[in-house]
Design a protein around this ligand. Structure first.
Ligand code: FES
Length: 207
């Protein structure tokens, strides 16, 4: 679900908090040993960009309604960093003067937000019943083999691809289904899926 930027504030009720250990630090982040904040210049530039955006909103620290801008700010933070590791969530909480749990609650509530880095191209294979019985698991395993990564883990070393699985995406008539970014591939076979990957690689090599 992609949350609307102006949706009202959501709580973490009934949802687990974001796991500290599963949340990688931003790229180039040199912090972690003692809790001090030492970021690479690249990461610092990203935090500065995020701060500039938050400052531009002119939030009043004494106005409870500032929490209504949290989703909008997290949208921007994910756009800047590519994902929302704990350091970024902490930063947003401090900047907005709200509890970190309020931020992690929203992040964990919406599927749109991710605490793990993603590849430039996101591949998802549907493992819903209709797709599964038509062989989608074989497609997923072949992609794991070709990409050299396990589904739902880290992206490829070159950062080009992330691989994941989904449950029914509402296109059962096309089963088995694979999604690459916003594009849907129906009646996909392992060989056809590999061909899609190779085509993307070729395009990226030319870019
Ligand atoms: S089960 Fe895959 S699209 Fe419905």
């Amino acid at each position: 679900m992609v949350p609307a930027a102006q949706e009202p504030y959501a709580t973490n009720e009934g949802k687990p908090p974001v796991s500290e250990t599963n949340t990688p630090a931003p790229e180039g982040n040199g912090a972690a040993c003692c809790g001090c904040k030492k970021f690479s210049s690249a990461a610092e530039a990203k935090f500065a960009e995020l701060d500039a955006f938050i400052d531009s909103l002119g939030l009043d620290p004494n106005d409870e309604r500032r929490r209504g801008r949290l989703i909008q700010i997290l949208h921007r933070a994910q756009h800047i960093f590519g994902y929302l590791p704990r350091e970024v969530q902490q930063h947003v909480a401090e900047k907005m003067r709200i509890p970190e749990s309020a931020v992690s609650g929203v992040v964990s509530f919406y599927n749109y937000f991710t605490t793990k880095p993603k590849g430039k191209h996101v591949i998802n294979v549907c493992l819903g019943t209709a797709c599964y019985v038509k062989g989608s698991e074989g497609v997923l395993r072949e992609l794991e083999r070709v990409l050299g990564i396990e589904a739902d883990t880290n992206p490829t070393a070159d950062g080009l691809f992330s691989l994941g699985s989904l449950r029914c995406v509402g296109a059962c008539g096309l089963a088995p289904v694979m999604l690459v970014d916003d594009k849907v591939y129906g009646k996909i076979t392992p060989a056809a899926a590999v061909k899609v990957v190779e085509e993307i690689k070729a395009k990226e090599a030319q870019a």
